[in-house]
Design a protein around this ligand. Structure first.
Ligand code: B12
Length: 224
């Protein structure tokens, strides 16, 4: 096999391991990816995440149910644990602080965790509030740490409204101008971000890091 086809085979194996709900296989495939010099972020995006999206497809077809999805995300995290330390870290010229979390009512945190990991490897100081986070916790934490950016994640159409609620709460407390707000998650779009008055949207984790960098550079804030 050529180098490229070996690398492609490893990406397929990473995806298959997640679909097969097999943590040990995901770990082996992640090591194999590193041995074959596959870029770690490519291994995550074009390997592990492809597997998670196929598992999601099987959920929609009612072949997989919630327990299978939970084990699929365990396999994804197992592979991620091997790959994560190898993602190249950057040094930032403009440091920034980000408060991140999944909005109230939603417990899907794989995407939020990836965004956090990429932001951290890019050098940002990240305060992760976890999942099912009420609007007031985002606002209170951002004030407490003197954040530059509040990053909101959701995967469910039913909980998107809590992004809007968070932006409204900032306005109500006269804090809207103090923080940049960015949103992401699969049901979202730039149009939705604009509609609720957020400062940015990105469809993936790398884009999220570029967005945060741009927003912090545009309006560097001094922590209070
Ligand atoms: C895995 C999964 C689960 C796991 C979650 C495990 C975990 N710890 O996260 C479990 C099994 C727990 C689960 C539970 C449920 N799930 Co579910 N789940 C999924 C699934 C298959 C994959 C989600 C995922 O992890 N994707 C991979 C990540 C990497 O992608 P991502 O989150 O989109 O993140 C990327 C981008 O969006 C972006 N991003 C994400 N956040 C942010 C934030 C910012 C600021 C930025 C800039 C970018 C950004 O960057 C990320 C990386 O590139 C999806 C289907 C799918 N194909 O998406 C359904 C899905 C999201 N689930 C769904 C449902 C309905 C549920 C349940 C209600 C099921 C039930 N009946 O109990 C519960 C929810 C309970 C709750 N209240 O939260 C629906 C939601 C439908 C809707 N209303 O919109 C989906 C779409 C499936 C479907 N088609 O029906 N689920």
């Amino acid at each position: 096999m050529t180098n490229t086809s070996l690398q492609q085979a490893v990406l397929t194996e990473l995806a298959d391991a997640v679909v097969a709900l097999d943590e040990a296989r995901a770990v082996d495939a992640a090591h194999e990816a590193l041995n074959e010099s596959v870029d770690p972020y490519t291994a995550i995006e074009s390997g592990l995440l492809v597997g998670m999206s196929r598992a999601g497809q099987l959920f929609e077809e009612q072949e997989y149910f919630v327990p299978e999805l939970l084990v699929a995300s365990d396999a994804l995290y197992a592979g991620l644990g091997v790959l994560r330390p190898h993602i190249a870290a950057d040094r930032l010229d403009v440091p920034g602080k980000v408060v991140i979390g999944v909005v109230e009512g939603d417990t899907h945190d794989v995407g939020k965790n990836l965004v956090r990991i990429i932001l951290q490897t890019k050098g940002f100081e990240v305060h992760d509030l976890g999942r099912d986070v009420p609007p007031s916790r985002f606002v209170d934490k951002a004030v407490e740490v003197g954040a530059d950016v509040i990053a909101l994640s959701t995967l469910m159409t039913t909980t998107m409204v809590n992004m809007d609620e968070t932006v409204k709460l900032l306005a109500k407390r006269d804090l809207r101008d103090r923080f940049q707000v960015i949103v992401g998650g699969s049901p979202l779009s730039k149009a939705y971000a604009d509609r609720i008055g957020a400062d940015g949207y990105s469809k993936d984790a790398i884009g999220a890091a570029d967005l945060v960098k741009r927003l912090v550079q545009q309006a560097p804030r001094v922590a209070t």
